[in-house]
Design a protein around this ligand. Structure first.
Ligand code: SF4
Length: 416
């Protein structure tokens, strides 16, 4: 969006106080995300009451009328009209009252996304979105209603973009709303693994990383490709949501725990050092103590190296939000805490196993990120955006530290 606005002749400024226009790209995945958006609007208006605020993204698509009444909001632009933002702000006069541009997202047939030229901000790992939308209807999820049907970026376009990015960056992250569905449109025979093979053959990218892929889309073909290529990060992220069969059914998820387990065990067998992560949710409507325990024990039994734990939050318009047996918020949060502790323990065990090993990392501005998704503190400053091997000396509070030949001198207790 920023590139598109700059191309229209606008200039970017470092603070809200200096801006005439503030663009807020929003998330609506949970009620907490909505609240953050509303706070951000109030904050922007407080800092600069004369700035015009344009709110876009998923919250704008879902509930424009909630946003248009907030102070300072001049435009609310849904995902359906996102690519028209430069024209909306340039060509229409700022309306006196807030103006809504939202259409039916299910009319969207093509993959529309501005080309990614850069890693945003000072990041050194650009995120390339190659798929949008989702055809599933998980009963808790609002995303299909704000993102529309699944659609893929054309393969040639992805190859071209990765080729450009590879000339400046070592690692590119491929992402999507439901990334594993890339290429599944009617008439297409290409799958995500085929696209990745093309990227490896036709571009010079040194490291590709896949963001989240639904468990059943981790085909043997895809796992084998990740396991066998030295240019794909050993990182498998597969959303689980719950380890209880009964909860998964009510969530309308498309797999059972045994299917999920099969994928994860295969990933671990083929990649002994890989990062393996999942999204899990606590307090889905009707989740009993017994079902939560079933889920916890299932998660405990699998070789996860990290978890993203979410507290269930009702999204208006989804079937789960209408369920009569909502779990009390206190209980949802307590279950979240239990799973976070479990995740921290598993992550620490994994990090400890890395001490004494040599890992391939991409240097960031102040640290580095390993092939298997661990943050590494470097023993001496290195320029960002390099792919290097480092020997691991110890674990830190949340990551690893590179072995330093000088470490004994830095710590007088060691000398004693
Ligand atoms: S697969 Fe993911 S994005 Fe699609 S409906 Fe389910 S949770 Fe939402």
């Amino acid at each position: 969006m920023e590139s598109a606005l700059l191309a229209k002749g606008l200039n970017s400024v470092p603070t809200v106080a200096e801006a005439e226009l503030v663009v807020l790209n929003t998330c609506t995945v949970t009620a907490f995300a909505d609240e953050d958006v509303r706070k951000a609007v109030h904050r922007a208006h407080r800092e600069n009451p004369s700035a015009r605020i344009l709110v876009t993204g998923c919250y704008a698509q879902r509930a424009p009328e909630e946003l248009v009444v907030l102070p300072g909001v001049t435009w609310v632009v849904g995902n359906s009209h996102k690519i028209q933002i430069p024209d909306i702000v340039k060509e229409t006069k700022a309306p006196y009252h807030g103006e809504i541009h939202v259409g039916n997202i299910f009319d969207q047939q093509e993959f529309l996304s501005a080309p990614v030229e850069d890693a945003s901000g000072d990041r050194t790992r650009p995120n390339l979105k190659i798929q949008d939308g989702c055809n599933n209807r998980c009963s808790f999820c609002i995303i299909p209603y704000v993102r529309g049907r699944s659609r893929s970026a054309p393969a040639d376009q992805v190859v071209e973009q990765v080729r450009n990015l590879a000339s400046r960056y070592r690692e590119v992250v491929l992402s999507g709303i439901n990334l594993g569905r890339w290429g599944r449109e009617v008439g297409s025979t290409m799958r995500l693994a085929d696209l990745i093979r093309r990227l490896l053959n036709e571009t010079g990218i040194e490291r590709l990383r896949l963001s989240s892929v639904e468990p059943m889309d981790w085909s043997d073909d895809l796992l084998e490709l990740v396991a066998s290529s030295g240019r794909i990060a050993k990182h498998v992220h597969a959303p689980l949501q719950s380890g209880s069969d009964r909860v998964l059914r009510r969530m309308h998820r498309k797999y059972r725990p045994r299917h999920y387990e099969d994928r994860i065990r295969k990933a671990r067998a083929w990649m002994p050092d890989a990062a393996i992560g999942a999204d899990v949710m606590t307090g889905f409507p009707g989740e009993t103590e017994e079902q939560f325990e079933e889920s916890r024990a299932f998660i405990e039994s699998l070789p996860f190296t990290y978890l993203h734990v979410f507290t269930y939050s009702e999204r208006p318009g989804t079937p789960a939000a209408d369920s009569p047996d909502q779990v009390p918020m206190e209980m949802r949060k307590e279950r979240n805490r239990i799973l976070r502790e479990l995740a921290a323990r598993k992550n620490l065990e994994f990090r400890r196993c890395m001490v004494g090993r040599t890992l391939s990392v991409v240097t960031l501005s102040e640290s580095a990120l390993s092939d298997n998704f661990l943050k590494v503190e470097l023993s001496s400053p290195r320029p960002a955006n390099q792919l290097i091997n480092v020997r691991i000396g110890s674990v830190t509070t949340s990551g690893l530290r590179e072995h330093s030949p000088l470490s004994i001198l830095q710590n007088p207790i060691d000398l004693a």
